[in-house]
Design a protein around this ligand. Sequence first.
Ligand code: ADP
Length: 376
Amino acid sequence: MSDVLIVDDSPTDRAYFRTLLRRADFRVYEVETGGQAVAAAQAIRPHAVILDINLPDIDGHRVCRALRADPMISGIPVLMLTVRDHEADVLAGLEAGADDYVPKDAAPEVILARVRRLCRYRQMANTSLLNEQMAQIGRLLAGIVHEIRGPLGVIRGNAELMRMQLKPDDPAVRFADPIIRSVQLLQVRLEHLMATVRGGPPVLRPLELEPLLREAIDYFRKGSDPNQGHVELIVEPAKEALPPVRADAGRLLQVLLNLMTNAREAILAQSAQGTIRLRLAAQPDAKRPGVCIEVLDSGPGIPEDVLPRIFEPFFTTKDTGTGYGLYLSAEILQEHGGRLTVRNSPEGGACFSLWLPDSEAGGPPLGPTAPSTDPS
Ligand code: ADP
């Protein structure tokens, strides 16, 4: 589902476009004045803006320029609503940075086709920007990781030696432990970052999933600061025999750590304690046999309006979020011929499902399918 922001002072026109777009499955946001448009675009980050030229406060051209001037929202496509045969307005709109224009009285199919096209551009631009950025980040990162690995090993080695010399009741233990934990976390993070950045196709090998889940929990525990709150981590093994799967252990681990990090943040944002469960089960659907790993948390769950967007690159609701953890995780599952889906569990928290195909089943693979919000 794509989000569209309508900027138009006429209630009748807004009602018309709202109905048209909602029927075509767009999520619609509206503002009446040019002055509200930039703030709304910054808050909503819609896939496209539909902008009336004649607004009571600032005209559409100035609004368009203001949108283009803010680097955080300058990539959002703008569709100008013009009056038929007003060529000067069209020209001024395009010069102000609008991507397309359409007369207000154009046929509804034409308006919808133009909005759809702009939303598609936006999604494609996000993805290619992300790939480009990842390649650049990768080159930089490879150099940095190389420089950091050595000193980090020395810090950890010496901190562990120091820790071994301390008696359990020594007050210095509470200073030494966070050093060791933080260094371990840094080492794990660096290795995972490098695994992501190295790119290339995943190395699929027969994989036992339960030990992998335990390893993920172990890494995660080492990297979590217990002073921030208590999150219990539980592995629930499969009740039945699992079919064999082939997977890239490093990349699956990365997905699990991403999901657990998000879960922990969601839990601790509302409470000092909670639970994350990693549940393993055979995937019962005979047409697409395989294995499902569920990551369930006891956090607040994902708001309904956020749910359809969380796999989009750069989508985040956090002040310091990057918004590509879930995008990357869904990509990794697709590379495995599987998929990543999400739903809110009836108990309240979020539930992410990692679906992996049975490596010996001759049937059609699970992917590549677009990540969906509902596995059913
Ligand atoms: P980031 O964590 O940097 O925001 P992600 O792609 O990992 O990026 O997540 C995107 C958004 O999905 C988050 O900002 C958050 O709103 C939502 N989200 C992800 N996992 C959870 C969860 N377990 N509970 C609630 N919301 C979640």
